[in-house]
Write a protein that binds this ligand. Structure first.
Ligand SMILES: C[S@@+](CC[C@H](N)C(=O)[O-])C[C@H]1O[C@@H](n2cnc3c(N)ncnc32)[C@H](O)[C@@H]1O
Length: 498
């Protein structure tokens, strides 16, 4: 039996409607993953799906409940959805849930509340004169709408009436759900990550961590992976929490690329490492380790080594204090370019750097020649990066078209990729540039906080895509000052099968 209550109209269309409603639907593999995070489900499930959309999450939960050995005997699903246009799809989905349950001999009933979840529940929870008592639930699954709410908006006032001070609809939804759950009731939610450390979310974190025990956090490495179809540029997080006031000793933190079927890596962390006991801000720290573990897993599937690509990486041979007499501040007769990390300029080399503290040139003679390399296209990386730098590994292209010379000096603070002491083929060099500057490789190197050095041995041990894949990445690179997103998209596109 599916009951419908309180129809309310909303007259908007297309993208505008989607944005007004914060409507981004959960792909079914993500829904199934969310449903898999619940501990054992209660025998009689009282489910709430707030901002149900077309019911994707309720359906995922029902599939889980209908799986062998779940022990579930009955489900009563309550769906709140404001959007008139999506309600027919929700109705169809709930009917499908009913028929699946019938096959598994599970009793299924549902009610659709075609109304504003915030106003309705805040009214009930604050006990206003016109509302009946708030219902209670033992299971909540939610992908709430994401939208800022202003200080004096009706939503903000409604939430304030139940003691919730928050600036986004999604935290408003989660805050209300945490109040509607029974003790021990479970919540799985997918939301933006911003509540974990955004300063405006401090009151929400406080409220949430005082009511809910955090069991599991799952992060996606790529910002828009989970909602690729909708191109939502949000960093999403999935979390599982149970109603109660004692935080667990450990929180499981997992990560995956966000692509369907991608590897999930998980690790347990003491709760005190996730939320520090003396932190008044109540930040929820997501350890970089989990992204590192997942990056390591992905890299382990790559087929090539540097040696199998016919390449070598070496540390720049010019140790400046040993060749002090041969160094020159500026280029001049009898000198060749000398390159330091200070000559890195975005993805390319800016040389000479007039007035720099480092010399720009080195004499070319019999004494210095053993420390020099013939000019060519080289890929250079910094050995040391400062903590402020965006990535641990910074790669840059040396293009002989930009700096005319027969010989070059690479200083000892940088590493250079070469083919038997000579330069690289263009597409291969560009492909390496894309790969080494990707977030994936950065996450691999970002394993130990404070460790900011990437040595030639680290780069020799790294796994690489095969030559064809690297060349295809190189071909796809439009310009060396591509944004991080552009580089990551190229890598994701070409590593898709790995
Ligand atoms: C992010 S979508 C998620 C939909 C669905 N749960 C899913 O995961 O695919 C959020 C949904 O909340 C609905 N919504 C927005 N504001 C609402 C409100 N105040 N009360 C009830 N539903 C709302 C939107 O129409 C949208 O369908």
């Amino acid at each position: 039996m599916i009951a419908e209550l309180n129809p309310q109209a909303l007259v908007l269309d297309g993208r505008e409607r989607q944005e007004a409603l914060g409507q981004f639907l959960t792909p079914s593999p993500v829904g199934d993953f969310m449903a898999s995070l619940f501990y054992a489900l209660p025998r009689d499930v009282r489910l709430i799906d707030a901002g149900a959309g077309d019911g994707a999450l309720t359906a995922a939960l029902v599939r889980r409940a209908c799986s062998k050995g779940s022990g579930v005997k009955s489900i009563h699903a309550t769906a709140y959805e404001l959007d008139t246009k999506i309600v027919p799809a929700l109705r169809v989905m709930l009917a499908e849930c009913e028929s699946l349950c019938r096959k598994r001999r599970i009793s299924f009933t549902a009610e659709i509340h075609h109304t504003d979840f915030i106003q309705m529940m805040a009214g009930k929870l604050s006990g206003d004169l016109f509302s009946s008592a708030a219902p209670s639930f033992n299971v909540a699954i939610v992908n709430p709408p994401y939208k800022k709410i202003n200080t004096n908006s009706p939503e903000r006032l409604a939430l304030r009436s139940v003691g919730l001070e928050t600036s986004n609809l999604y935290t408003g939804f989660v805050g209300l759900l945490s109040r509607l759950l029974d003790d021990g009731g479970q919540l799985v939610a997918i939301t933006p990550r911003s509540f974990c450390n955004g300063p405006y979310f401090r009151p929400f974190r406080e409220d949430f961590l005082n009511r809910m025990e955090l069991q599991r956090l799952h992060v996606f490495e790529s910002r828009d992976a989970a909602f690729r179809d909708d191109a939502v540029l949000q960093e999403n997080i999935i979390f599982h929490a149970t109603k109660g006031i004692e935080q667990p000793p450990f929180v499981t933190v997992s990560s995956s690329s966000g692509e369907a079927g991608s590897i999930i890596t998980a690790k347990d962390f003491p709760f005190g490492e996730i939320v520090h006991s003396n932190d008044a801000e109540r930040f929820i720290h997501i350890p970089a380790d989990s992204a590192h573990a997942s990056a390591t897993a992905r890299l382990s599937d790559l087929p090539a080594s540097l040696a199998s690509l016919g390449l070598t990486v070496s540390t720049g041979r010019v140790v400046d204090f040993r060749l002090k007499d041969a160094l020159r501040p500026d280029p001049g007769p009898g000198t060749v370019p000398l390159l330091y990390p200070c000559h890195f300029n975005g993805g390319t080399i800016h040389w000479p750097k007039v007035g720099a503290r480092k010399p720009n040139a080195i004499l070319y003679n019999d004494d210095t020649r053993p420390w020099l390399v013939p000019s060519g296209l080289y890929l250079l990386t910094k050995r040391f990066t400062s903590k402020e730098e965006r990535r641990r590994l910074v790669a840059c292209l040396f293009d002989p078209a930009d700096v005319k010379a027969a010989w070059l000096g690479f200083e000892n603070h940088l590493n250079y990729f070469h083919a038997n002491g000579k330069g690289l083929e263009r597409n291969l060099a560009l492909g390496l540039f894309v790969y080494l500057n990707s977030t994936l490789v950065d996450q691999y190197f970002r394993c130990f906080s404070g460790h900011t050095q990437v040595n030639a041995t680290d780069l020799r041990k790294l796994a690489y895509p095969d030559r064809g894949t690297l060349e295809a990445m190189g071909c796809g690179l439009k310009r060396p000052d591509a944004s991080q997103d552009e580089l990551d998209q190229l890598v994701e596109h070409h590593l898709h099968g790995f």
